[in-house]
Write a protein that binds this ligand. Structure first.
Ligand SMILES: *[C@@H]1O[C@H](CO)[C@@H](O)[C@H](O)[C@H]1NC(C)=O
Ligand SMILES: *[C@@H]1O[C@H](CO)[C@@H](O)[C@H](O)[C@H]1NC(C)=O
Ligand SMILES: *[C@@H]1O[C@H](CO)[C@@H](O)[C@H](O)[C@H]1NC(C)=O
Ligand SMILES: *[C@@H]1O[C@H](CO)[C@@H](O)[C@H](O)[C@H]1NC(C)=O
Ligand SMILES: *[C@@H]1O[C@H](CO)[C@@H](O)[C@H](O)[C@H]1NC(C)=O
Ligand SMILES: *[C@@H]1O[C@H](CO)[C@@H](O)[C@H](O)[C@H]1NC(C)=O
Length: 428
């Protein structure tokens, strides 16, 4: 916890301000044992109206790490158009094939002892040393979800080896294979891929969103088909090899595709995508948070909660009634803990949520459960969002809670009082 904390503090300082001049960002927080106190303070500290005056053109309500990230993805898109035609591999998933980059090199997936290089004395008298690789330490790609975004476009959300992405240029390509081989030939997409830099804190893995857009509609006949992703190392990892992993990411059964989803009125007005919850969450705080925001967002709202280990039995008990009423969807994402990324792979999780639910709501919200949306008196969430209807994206102004609100009796024990693992006390 200590480490996460210092990371966030770093981010809350100079980093943010550099990156988004519209938002002054300090994580709102309370270490007050009494949440009421926290809210009262918010009413005083946080005023949307003020912001309207300062920032008439690019208005912001409050900000957390996430939103920065999301606005930054859209601005840092790299587009790669791949025109190479690939001979379709067999349709079984997880086929691995190697195409040697250097045509004089013989492809071999796992250099085994027989092929191991031995020390040799060269003609010039030098001892030629060998280097023998075994195994691989990070996966080429780990999928979380793949979603259709229209008649001809898909998004694949996952993790990829961080050094591979940072220091070399892996390539991605999608292939659509129709269900019935007689229908049509498989089609290859152009791929634009986006990388979330996760502020440099991710370690073994980093988040990748692969956007596959085909030149024409796929599965237009609704006869079913499969989407495959081909992830190639293109000489990253081993300059002599271009290792391509090809795997199925999406399967549409015949008749499954319903294109009205993309054009019909969304089911919800507001959908909340939560960051991974972990640690010893306080059920009381979660109960207050959810009740407050269900009331704020109203009947046509929905909350997607991601459990990275924080939804223990008592927290689940608090969420259960809201799940039964249809307000909450709980996603168990504990498996991602196997893959070391930034902050319980937060950016992968929220990007998955974005693509999974984006046709289900008018607006999606990304903030943490130690943050509360505050609207000044006489405003409703609807009036505020109606005033922003010309925008596709906005950020929030974040206001910190004053540490002066902390009960002195709680000094040094804030983390026990406040429900969330990533919170800390901020001086204002
Ligand atoms: C690919 O499919 C063909 C025909 O189904 C089969 O003969 C061949 O053995 C397969 N190759 C691999 C590598 O699975
Ligand atoms: C391919 O291998 C040959 C012989 O080992 C070498 O001379 C050449 O530089 C290599 N080319 C690349 C692109 O690595
Ligand atoms: C992929 O990118 C294109 C171009 O930016 C965009 O129109 C499309 O909606 C994206 N696809 C998905 C599934 O997000
Ligand atoms: C499939 O590809 C072959 C060879 O490129 C072409 O002759 C044929 O017309 C294609 N079939 C369809 C249905 O597009
Ligand atoms: C590696 O292979 C992929 C798939 O065949 C291809 O698109 C890519 O251009 C190759 N990379 C290099 C550097 O040749
Ligand atoms: C497609 O989805 C819409 C709602 O999004 C639904 O009303 C309609 O019945 C669906 N059509 C089919 C053929 O399932």
């Amino acid at each position: 916890m200590g480490k996460e904390r210092s990371e966030k503090e770093k981010v809350g300082g100079g980093e943010h301000n550099k990156r988004n001049m519209f938002v002054s960002c300090v994580v709102m927080n309370s270490c007050a044992a009494e949440l009421k106190l926290a809210l009262t303070a918010l009413l005083v500290l946080c005023s949307i109206a003020t912001l309207f005056q300062i920032l008439p053109s690019r208005f912001a309500i409050s900000a957390s790490d996430l939103r920065f990230c999301i606005s930054r993805i859209t601005t840092t898109t790299t587009t790669t158009t791949t025109t190479t035609s690939i001979a379709p591999l067999n349709s079984s998933s997880s086929t691995t094939s190697i195409a040697p980059l250097n045509s004089s090199t013989t492809a071999s997936l796992t250099p085994s002892p027989p092929s191991a290089q031995k020390e040799q004395v060269a003609a010039n008298g030098a001892i030629k040393r060998g280097f023998n690789p075994y195994g691989s330490a990070a996966y080429n790609f780990i999928t979380m979800g793949a979603y259709r975004g229209g008649s001809d476009t898909f998004a694949i959300i996952g993790l990829a080896s961080k050094p591979l992405l940072l220091y070399s240029k892996p390539t991605y390509q999608c292939e659509w294979v129709p269900e019935s081989s007689s229908a049509s030939n498989s089609t290859f997409s152009t791929v634009s891929y986006r990388i979330l830099p996760d502020w440099g804190y991710g370690r073994v893995y980093t988040v990748v969103v692969v956007n596959c857009t085909f030149s024409e509609a796929v599965n237009g006949e609704n006869s079913g088909g499969k989407l495959f992703l081909e992830a190639s190392t293109s000489g990253g990892g081993d300059k002599n090899f271009n290792i391509t992993d090809r795997f199925e990411v999406l399967n549409e059964s015949p008749g499954d595709l319903n294109m009205t989803l993309f054009s019909s009125k969304p089911k919800y007005d507001y959908l909340y995508c939560g960051s991974p919850l972990y640690g010893g969450l306080s059920p009381q705080r979660v109960r207050e948070w959810i009740a407050y925001h269900v009331r704020l967002f109203g009947e046509r709202s929905h909350f997607v909660i991601h459990d990275a280990g924080g939804v223990h039995e008592e927290v689940l008990e608090v969420l259960k009634p809201w799940m039964e009423l249809g307000y909450v969807t709980l996603q168990d994402i504990k498996e991602q803990e196997r893959f070391d990324g930034y902050y319980h792979n937060q950016f992968m999780v929220v990007n998955d949520c974005l693509h999974r639910y984006k046709f289900a709501a008018k607006w999606m919200f990304f903030f943490d459960v130690d943050e509360y949306i505050y609207l000044p008196p006489k405003n409703t969430i609807k009036s505020v969002l109606d005033s922003l209807s010309d925008y596709t994206q906005f950020t929030f102004e974040q206001m910190p809670m004053s540490s002066k609100l902390c009960l002195s009796a709680d000094y040094g024990r804030y983390y026990r009082k406040w429900g969330y693992g990533e919170s800390w006390c901020t001086e204002t």
